[in-house]
Design a protein around this ligand. Structure first.
Ligand code: ADP
Ligand code: ZN
Ligand code: ZN
Length: 805
């Protein structure tokens, strides 16, 4: 083969096609589809993916490939095909699809070296090349005159496992510290010192007064920026021992040097045996089926996964296990590593690029047969897949909210199809979409309706918080919940408290004029962060200090509102002083290993109450937890999202499932302002089926998925008029090509109408059958390519959107 078809790394729709390049002599027979290359593109040198090789091109005077970046393909033939499908399915570029499949380390050009394994026996040519060394710079090879022969020998040696290519990723694991400044003395001493400072020491006074009003730890450079002071000012107060310095570690490196105790397989319950039978059958016969494993919390779904995987491994095949990011807890990892040991790779977003690459490489080199990971683990470069498992299939984090906007479930089904293997979608609360397919017989339904400990699901009590208010209780805890918490604590049992914060945030509000401090670049309220007393925008990087006076009316009654976990913790300690609380939220889990430490502290009974946000709702399994409380069950019911009832039902069911998983009987208290809402009511009765039918009827009435498909087009730019015009134009273009029963809603402003100074308008397309819609939207994107480039216009297309903001 003398010609390569290359997808080039230029993220623009005009170049979303393959380009032909001629293969230089030294790479002939070496270069294969799935490898990355460096090619000339216009005046630039860029990278690209070879997706095929051929001897014929319609073009003359082809340019030559400059460099080959891989000696073994990084994308398998299956993944190459999958990438093409993925790009078409999500209306994104081929290059973005391929890049989404690879670890970060392979996306940029890192220095490479060729490493020889200990005791390896190499051909004479390679011995000569290594000349007694264990490591070679990759460039030594590309510069060699007889490179072609060398490449062939190397490829063979890589295949034989005698050498490997190492990508030198800058190690993020190297520890990095931030310098934090905080008061060193009691408040009255600071105040005294302030009074004693010389009049002309204005900067020192300013700094000291800052800490008198904000007695917290703050990062040094942040402090300098906020107060516009130099380091010497800080130093003078440090020297006077009024302030003190501390080091705070950033970045983390989990699962390091951990040992996992080996677990043996359990003998299955009757229900489990019935559920697993068709899955095992499908594995044995290499048949592709989609199983929906609907099993209540605590019904032993994981054991079903583990024993299915065991069958797959016995056949010499491989398994992918997808777990939502927040469920990928050390407990979860332990269950898989405990059973399959070092045969398991873990792909977690908290890993550094270097660690991620190492895990990927273990898969690529076939050193492991099982990968457990979040969304992107679906692209694990296995070539002999025997099963794909997707736990908690209802989780919306399986949808990527960035190009390519894929749903891991769709990709998983596609891969299972090509490998003729089963896929198991597991959940206690399957999505309406999946359940509807199972009812139609498209998926095979298997059910686990009982807990493995034969216990009833914990009893749920719904508390009407309006009644509490009427009765004069102004705290965030109902009397029932407080009473039950006290009782559990006195018995030495433990409690999980969930603050449902989605849709909530702590914002700054003026009690006098009602002014809410918003981001100057985005139409959204700023969020208050207590640790450094800043207001931050969650959509752009903007932040400012919490004002002490209202910027609107100069009243000093500006306060932050909303319920943060910190406030709950404070309130809790005044209601139940004897309780020790372990708080888990983004703030307390930022430091390395802290997530794991907090959980193991709770497991070791170092706290009575585990208090946290969504991150504690899933996957946790503690023997001693007998009471689960949900503080604000309805906080997401009012979001502009047709899935809000479904999400509420799912969350309440999941969190209730954390109680009474072992010997002790559990109980649940749900606090809400809308006790009669069907998602609260039915979740408290564990009545999935009634919820399913009721919600389906609503979806049918208002024409929402799964009765129709949705595609969301968002248009954004700094000029509002231009955005509206463009949106109208696109709507018109679409109108000409759609079916009669297709509806286009909009253009309307997006729920967040401005982000980073760009106005946002959206079009929502609702349709039942539009086989040509994707192709047509692709054409529209090409039509606007020039404006996108010249005017910084953004058109984003989200096929089957989950985030409607
Ligand atoms: P789910 O994922 O469905 O919520 P789990 O897989 O966490 O449930 O199982 C709940 C508990 O039951 C776990 O502690 C697990 O070890 C235990 N378990 C699972 N299967 C069996 C079995 N066949 N016999 C005994 N205990 C089991
Ligand atoms: Zn005001
Ligand atoms: Zn902003």
């Amino acid at each position: 083969m003398t010609i390569a078809n290359v997808i080039v790394d230029v993220p623009a729709s005009q170049v979303n096609q393959t380009y032909d390049y001629s293969i230089p002599l030294e790479y002939r027979g070496v270069l294969k589809a799935g490898m990355r290359v460096v090619i000339p593109f216009g005046p630039r040198k860029i990278t690209g993916f070879v997706i095929g090789t051929t001897d014929h091109s319609d073009y003359k005077n082809l340019k030559e490939i400059l460099e080959v970046l891989d000696l073994t393909p990084v994308l398998t033939p299956e993944l190459l095909k999958l990438g093409k499908w993925l790009a078409d399915d999500t209306i994104s570029l081929y290059i973005t699809a391929y890049q989404a499949m690879l670890p970060q380390a392979l996306k940029s050009s890192y220095k490479k070296e060729i490493v020889r394994l200990k005791d390896s026996r190499l051909s004479d040519e390679l011995e000569q090349l290594f000349a007694g060394r264990d490591v070679l710079d990759y460039h030594e090879l590309t510069d060699a005159p007889d490179a072609n022969d060398q490449y062939r020998h190397l490829q063979q040696a890589i295949q034989d496992g005698d050498i490997y290519i190492n990508y030198l990723v800058k190690s993020r694991a190297a520890k990095k510290y931030l310098t934090m400044i905080k008061p060193a003395k009691e408040m009255h001493i600071l105040e005294e010192a302030y009074a004693n400072l010389a009049i002309q020491a204005t900067k020192q006074k300013q700094l000291l007064s800052f800490f008198i009003t904000h007695p917290v730890s703050i990062e040094q450079s942040q402090l300098m920026k906020t107060l516009d002071i130099s380091q010497s000012v800080i130093k003078s107060l440090l020297d006077k021992s009024l302030l003190t310095k501390e080091k705070k570690e950033v970045y983390r490196n989990p699962y390091e040097g951990r040992e996992f105790t080996k677990t043996e397989k359990l003998s299955l319950t009757k229900e489990q045996s019935i559920a697993i039978a068709p899955i095992k059958d499908s594995i044995a016969k290499d048949e592709h089926h989609i199983f929906l494993l609907h099993g209540v919390t605590g019904s032993g779904k994981t054991e079903v996964y583990l024993q299915s995987i065991e069958d797959v491994l016995n056949k010499g095949k491989e398994a992918i296990v997808l777990v939502p990011e927040i469920s990928l807890t050390p407990q979860m990892v332990k269950r898989f590593k405990g059973r399959f040991g070092s045969n398991v790779a873990v792909m977690h977003s908290a890993l550094s690029p270097g660690e991620k690459y190492d895990e990927w490489r273990r898969i690529h080199r076939k050193e492991v047969q099982v990968v457990v990971g979040a969304r992107s683990a679906i692209f694990a470069p296995f070539e002999n897949l025997g099963i794909i498992i997707m736990d908690e299939e209802h989780e919306t984090s399986y949808k990527q909210e960035d190009n390519p906007r894929y749903h891991a479930r769709d990709v998983a089904i596609k891969r299972a199809e090509s490998h003729h293997c089963p896929i198991v979608l597991g959940s206690a609360t399957p999505t309406l979409e999946s359940n509807a397919r199972a009812r139609k017989g498209v998926y095979k339904l298997v059910t686990l309706s009982e807990r493995t400990n034969q216990q009833e699901m914990p009893h749920v009590e719904v508390i009407d918080m309006r009644q509490e208010l009427h009765a004069g209780n102004r705290t965030m805890f109902s009397r029932t919940l407080v009473e039950k918490m006290k009782e559990r604590i006195s018995h030495g049992e433990q409690i999980v408290l969930l603050l449902n914060r989605r849709g909530y945030s702590t914002f700054a509000l003026c009690r006098d004029c009602g002014h809410v401090q918003e981001c100057p670049h985005c139409d959204i309220a700023l969020t208050y962060h207590k640790n450094n007393h800043q207001l931050k925008c969650h959509y752009c990087a903007y932040e400012e200090p919490m004002p002490s006076l209202c910027p609107n009316c100069e009243s000093n009654l500006i306060r932050f509102f909303g319920t943060g976990t910190q406030r709950v913790e404070e309130a809790l300690s005044s209601v139940i002083p004897e309780a020790t609380v372990i708080r888990m939220d983004v703030d307390t889990t930022r430091r390395k290993g802290s997530h794991e430490r907090l959980l193991s502290d709770f497991g070791n009974k170092k706290g009575n109450i585990l208090l946290g946000t969504q991150m504690i709702a899933k996957g946790l399994d503690f023997e001693n937890v007998t009471l689960v409380g949900v503080l604000t069950a309805d906080s997401m019911l009012h979001l502009p999202d047709f899935r809000s009832s479904e999400k509420t039902f799912q969350l309440l069911t999941q969190v209730s499932g954390r109680a009474g998983r072992h010997e002790l009987v559990g109980e649940v208290v749900i606090q809400t302002y809308t006790p009669d809402h069907y998602s609260v009511q039915l979740a408290s009765q564990y009545d999935y089926d009634t919820f399913y039918f009721k919600e389906m009827a609503t979806r049918k009435l208002f024409r929402y998925p799964p009765y129709v498909f949705l595609t969301l087009i968002t248009i954004a730019q700094e000029n509002k008029v231009y955005v509206i015009q463009t949106a109208q134009e696109i709507a018109k273009l679409l109108m000409k090509h759609i079916q009669k029963d297709t509806v286009i809603l909009g253009p309307t402003p997006s729920p967040i109408a401005r982000i980073k100074d760009k106005y946002r308008y959206q079009l929502m397309i609702k349709y039942r059958n539009e086989p040509r819609l994707k192709a047509f939207i692709k054409k529209i994107m090409e039509h606007y390519a020039e404006e996108i480039r010249k005017n910084d216009l953004q058109i984003t297309v989200d096929v089957q959107p989950y985030q409607l903001m």
